[in-house]
Write a protein that binds this ligand. Structure first.
Ligand SMILES: Cc1ncc(COP(=O)(O)O)c(C=O)c1O
Length: 427
């Protein structure tokens, strides 16, 4: 619990000090639970990726779903990134944060006519289409506006991403994308769609991938299809390689793919492609740049297990409950304390509200601070107010300064929009 220099890499950060901020002092100022993000760590990731992409015509479109806080999106915009969005809400946030519409790609299997209209009116770069019905709808909405939409086919390459089933998206039984056979028919029929210029390919086979093999396999399938299309006279302006790069949630156990190996696979498989390559990383940019700062409410010795009860819960971070995901947990206490084995839990009334089972940690007591690591992606963006727990504060750290980028919800904020049923109407 010593030095207070700025740290770009959370892994090397002194555990009580991050990006120049003393976390105990921060907890006293903004309260707990709170999501903290290191701007330096995010910028380091962006720079590392951009450096690796040097010489390629590439645009990084940050997957806004990973963390859609306006301040985070603004940081991405300032670094020249675009966005991968999946809803009208994400479009609105990205535009509000200053991401130019011309750098936004719209994915997702359930785009509605209203969402498509909004995205066309905003002038987004392209739509990643996931069904023939959606292609027809885009043609219809674009035609009504007398515009031509750029679109890519999201290819489902039937590749197992070797990740958790719930975040696997590239198998033929998954709801995402279409098979190459169907995509071939779309291109053959493309002259009939006068308001949709089908000139791109897209693929995203899953998230938290720690092996390059499935990525290479999927890219090879897409590249083969691009070559076939090019030979048949179709012009492909962009290939979107999706996101999915895994991160380290468990030190010494998870071994993320080195970024140069990942970009090397893109270079190899898409060699000769002279259009634009789009990338949609979310987790890789954000996860390790965030941590959930929480306080011990009490320690409860059950009949069989010892529970460390935190003031954060599954509503603040659902990944352990939803995916049995591991997060490293670091009590901000003296390492000399003896070790204890805990089930680390929150106050929510579900047995599933468990961050870790049987975890060995330095002994904790009420009032101690605990850091749950690598929560910058799919943490706050998946949060809820379940059990009427207001959304936690979010704080951006940057070289010794901090900014609250989401105020902790008050009870009033939490019920905003709710009202007693005292005005009855008929449709
Ligand atoms: C189409 C698409 N692109 C990109 C991403 C981002 O994935 P990740 O956060 O694993 O990089 C996702 C995540 O589900 C996605 O569905």
């Amino acid at each position: 619990m010593t030095a207070t220099t700025a740290h770009a890499d959370p892994a090397s950060a002194d555990k009580a000090c991050w990006d120049g901020i003393d976390l105990a002092a921060l907890a006293r100022r903004v309260g707990t639970p709170c999501q903290v993000y290191s701007a330096s760590a995010i910028r380091t990731r962006i720079d590392t990726l951009q450096t690796s992409l040097h010489g390629l015509d590439a645009q990084v479109c940050y997957a806004a779903k990973a963390n859609s806080n306006i301040a985070i999106l603004r940081l991405m915009a300032d670094a020249g990134l675009g966005a991968d969005i999946v809803s009208g809400g994400e479009l609105w946030r990205c535009l509000r944060a200053g991401i130019p519409a011309g750098r936004i790609a719209f994915s997702g299997v359930g785009k509605t006519a209203d969402e498509i209209a909004g995205a066309l009116d905003a002038g987004i770069a392209r739509f990643n289409l996931e069904s023939a019905d959606e292609l027809q709808l885009l043609q219809h909405v674009a035609s009504a506006r007398s515009v031509v939409a750029h679109a890519s086919v999201r290819i489902n390459p039937d590749v197992d991403a070797h990740t958790h089933a719930k975040i696997s998206t590239g198998k033929s039984e998954n709801k995402f994308g279409v098979g190459i056979d169907e995509a071939r028919e779309w291109f053959a029929a493309s002259p009939r769609h006068r308001h949709v210029q089908l000139d791109g390919l897209h693929v995203h086979i899953g998230s938290q991938m720690l092996s390059l093999d499935p990525i290479r396999l999927a890219l090879r399938r897409v590249a083969g299809f691009w070559r076939e299309l090019a030979a048949a006279g179709h012009t492909i302006h962009s290939i979107d390689v999706g996101g999915g790069l895994g991160v380290c949630y468990r030190a010494g156990h998870d071994h993320p793919i080195p970024i140069n190996d990942y970009v090397g696979a893109i270079r190899d498989t898409l060699a000769g492609f002279d259009g634009r390559i789009l990338l949609e990383p979310g987790r890789w940019l954000m996860a390790e740049a965030g941590a959930l700062l929480t306080r011990v409410i009490r320690v409860k010795q059950g009949r069989q297990r010892r529970f460390l009860i935190l003031d954060a819960a599954m509503n603040d971070l659902i990944r352990p409950s939803l995916y049995d995901a591991w997060h490293d947990i670091v009590p901000l206490v003296d390492d000399a304390r003896p070790l204890q084995t805990y089930d680390v839990v929150g106050p929510v009334c579900e047995t599933g509200d468990t961050f870790a089972s049987g975890r060995e940690l330095p002994e904790c007591k009420a009032g101690d601070l605990v850091l749950i690591k690598a929560t910058g992606a799919y943490g706050a963006s998946m949060a809820s107010t379940y059990n009427s727990r207001p959304l936690a504060a979010e704080v951006l750290l940057d070289r010794g300064r901090y900014a609250v980028v989401r105020k902790r919800q008050t009870f009033e904020d939490m019920v905003a929009g709710e009202q007693p049923a005292d005005r009855w109407e008929t449709p």
